[in-house]
Design a protein around this ligand. Sequence first.
Ligand code: SF4
Length: 209
Amino acid sequence: MTENQSRYREPDYLPVMEQFYTLQGEGRYAGHAAYFIRLTGCDVGCVWCDVKESWTVRENQWKKVDEIVNEACGFPARMVVITGGEPAMYDLSELTRRLKEKGFRIHIETSGAYPLSGSLDWVTVSPKKFKAPLQEVVVQAHELKVVIFHPSDIDWAEKHAQMTNKDCLLLLQPEWDRRDRHGDLLIEYIKSHPQWSLSLQTHKYIDIP
Ligand code: SF4
């Protein structure tokens, strides 16, 4: 991790790749209006990552937490999704404290590779083979979302499901470019293992961010 990406940099500043208002496309809250804060910086290195531009941090991307929160307040929804990159690389205590002061419900999407910080209402863990998730994070997940790139990933998903708490939603999501190839496989698997549900990247189907 570079100095720029250290979670121990002042929590008053965070590196932001983009902020935008849209509908959540995936998981339990799909279809809900939400303000997305995409932090930049990730050292997980997934080969199929569709936001590779979020792997590095440029000096001009560090932004004051006050500014981030003020922009979020400009939209009517009071649900924020903190995503990345890998947002758990940073100390989110100040950002989440100030969002809470403004009445936001706070969601995070993480690979689980770093400990969580701050006040979070909904934790989505999407474990990645390229950097193993921490058990202490998986057990806090409200939803476990496993992207299926290869059929063998289903066994890997089951292994992580065993680490979750009993209320955790279990979601299998076909990797976007392989959705046609693996879609039927996942449907049949879920029919015989109904503890799992299908997650689709609905925002890509309707072409919104
Ligand atoms: S963890 Fe997320 S941002 Fe990081 S490489 Fe994987 S898919 Fe990309």
